[in-house]
Write a protein of this length. Sequence first.
Length: 368
Amino acid sequence: MQSIFQNMSIVAIVGRPNVGKSTLFNALTSAGIEAQNFPFCTIEPNLGIVPVPDERLELISKIVNSKSIIPATTEFIDIAGLVKGASLGEGLGNQFLSHIRETQAIIHVIRCFKNDNIAHVHEQIDPVADLEVVETELLLADLETVLKAKIKLERLSKSGDKDAEAQQSRLETLEEEMNRGILCRNSSFALENDTYFKDLQLITMKPCLYLANVAEKDQNNDLLKKLVDYAGNEGDKVLPLCNQIEAEIAELDKEDGKEILKDLGIDEPGLNKLIRESFRMLNLQTFFTTDSRKVRAWTIRKGLTALQAAGEIHTDFEKGFIKAEIVSYEDFIKHNGENGAIAAGKLRTEGSDYKVKDGDIIHFVFNV
């Protein structure tokens, strides 16, 4: 399992048993995995690669008359339901927590619907209680990680390591906050850009989106309102979604799916919003390459340079990098392609240090 996670940007789908995680994963990936009415239906994590909806690809393709379109992708992993005591190994908890630790972002699925035919692990639907059970287990797992790190730093401090002394002080401050129930991502000092804390792989430091699984005919219910109020007080985001409807739409062909969406009075599947939000949580952006054969979206982290973006295509592009010829997406569309952009003076030549922007259409010039 270890090799699956290496060097990838993966979003973990987590939550209590029987809240709709596998139904959501099925809708995202059309993988057809089990989604049964009993706890621990999902034992081994399921990994799926999902295309990122991006209407810009179609518009670019029409201009260059390309034969194919290759979208950007995001990876999702379906984690088995977490129960109280998971941090102590209950319900295969240690195994499940280790899977979450190796991902980069979290979608926390929370049940916000009533249905007597779908069992709840504690026979009572309470979205805030469910959320707190999961986050408490994640926090307890992180506290165990912090404790082990403190022991190691204490040994280094005794040997005269000044950096270890400074890290130990910061770790103790973080531990105090965690003991008060504060998740690492809500800590009073920034952690996400700190190499030391990043290497600890603290689960509650990962960006998280709460996904409220609602019923088709009762989407704006009291359970959802309770969750939204709670999340709002913590500064967290809630995305309501009817997982069952999304799964049914995902099984239809494109035209039938459009008809269902029209009947529901919505422009696009809710999954599209979820995928784009996941892309954002992973701090990713897209640049494009074009020719008459294909238009392709490439995924890179925000802040990467033209040289690093070239390496995403092929190592030869990076090794022999000469320059990047760039047109913004807006200028490309406005001037009907590269030739029009050139005529309007909108094609730029950038060097290796240029920070790539989302939507850049790039032609790399290289020599090997």
